[in-house]
Ligand binder design. Structure first.
Ligand code: PBE
Length: 308
């Protein structure tokens, strides 16, 4: 289903490019002659129409990018395009195939950095922060109500390669469920460390709220299986980051593995800090920033020219 939608979007994108070429639009002709050395002398801002290709409007990264547009004087006149992660990835893919310049909201863990040769632009003002962590949060009272789940969630920590492994397998065509199950089978020792000594329960219901990015599908599916193996009935509900915090603070959701902190979801965290329990990092080394294909001759956000 997802694949089909993706290829339809690619086809639409190609049709659009073909149309542009047929109309003889000056811009569409450029990439044919566009060698790496050209980018040095030409104006990247102009070439990308002073536009950063963004994702879903509710993403933490979108707010960070808006802050970035305000913080950097050289980004005067730039715009951030709202859309979807799938749409951004199609644009990125198209640009790279034609060796055209493009500036996107990038993050990792994500396969975009594996399948494409990308680099983060340096961020001297630090609006995107340093590499951060993905945290586990729970509602108040979970520790008393469901000590077994609380303990497993509290023990849960895995490495970048673990999450990337699940994401990679899912990207290759497996469902997240299959990929997560395979990871669990291959990493029994790690899972045992989280669950050892924790009593099994008999069909208690627990709701995990999560966001709709692959990294969070990977962690939530994996934890769903681990908790189900421990006797829980698990519901996983994907929502916007703001709703993750709202749901856990109100007790509608029991826990979440999705908050990227301290930066990406920092403003939500600040709003709800008093009403949630933060169990700390479940993964270290997540990163967000503006990303460009490596063939582009710029290295820093400050290299992007203002709109005249
Ligand atoms: N992301 C991926 C999300 C969180 C996970 C960085 C695109 C965001 O809220 O920006």
């Amino acid at each position: 289903m997802l694949l089909k939608r993706k290829s339809l979007m690619v086809m639409l994108g190609l049709a659009f490019v073909a149309l542009l070429a047929a109309c003889g639009g000056g811009d569409a002709d450029e990439p044919a002659t566009g060698e790496a050395t050209d980018t040095e002398t030409s104006n990247v801002g102009e070439e990308v129409d002073y536009t950063i290709v963004g994702i879903e409007p509710g993403a933490g990264m979108m707010a960070l990018t808006e802050d970035t547009l305000e913080e950097y004087d050289n980004l005067e006149g730039w715009e951030l395009l709202e859309g979807s992660t799938a749409g951004m990835l199609v644009e990125l893919d198209g640009a790279i195939q034609n060796e055209e310049p493009i500036v996107v909201t990038g993050w990792g863990p994500h396969w975009m950095f594996v399948t494409h040769d990308l680099k983060y632009l340096e961020d001297p003002k630090g609006t995107f922060g340093e590499p951060e962590s993905i945290h586990t949060i729970t509602r108040e009272g979970l520790e008393e109500d469901m000590p077994e789940a609380y303990e497993i969630l509290d023990n849960f920590h895995w490495d970048l390669e673990d999450m990337e492994g699940v994401m990679h397998e899912a990207e290759e065509g497996s469902s997240f469920e299959e990929a997560a199950q395979n990871w669990i089978d291959d990493n029994r020792d790690k899972v045992d460390e989280w669950t050892d000594g924790v009593e099994k329960v008999d069909g208690e219901s627990i709701e995990l709220v999560t966001t709709q990015w692959d990294s969070e599908y990977a962690s939530s599916e994996m934890m769903r299986i681990v908790l189900e193996d421990h006797g829980f009935e698990v519901t996983v509900t994907p929502v916007d980051p703001a709703i993750v915090f709202q749901a856990v603070s109100s007790g509608e959701g029991d826990a979440s593995l999705a908050p990227w902190l301290p930066i990406t979801h920092g403003h939500f965290y600040e709003d709800y800090e008093e009403e949630i329990v933060d169990l700390g990092a479940n993964l270290d080394g997540a990163q967000v920033g503006l990303a460009v294909p490596s063939y582009m001759d710029i290295d820093s956000i400050e290299d992007l020219e203002p709109k005249e």
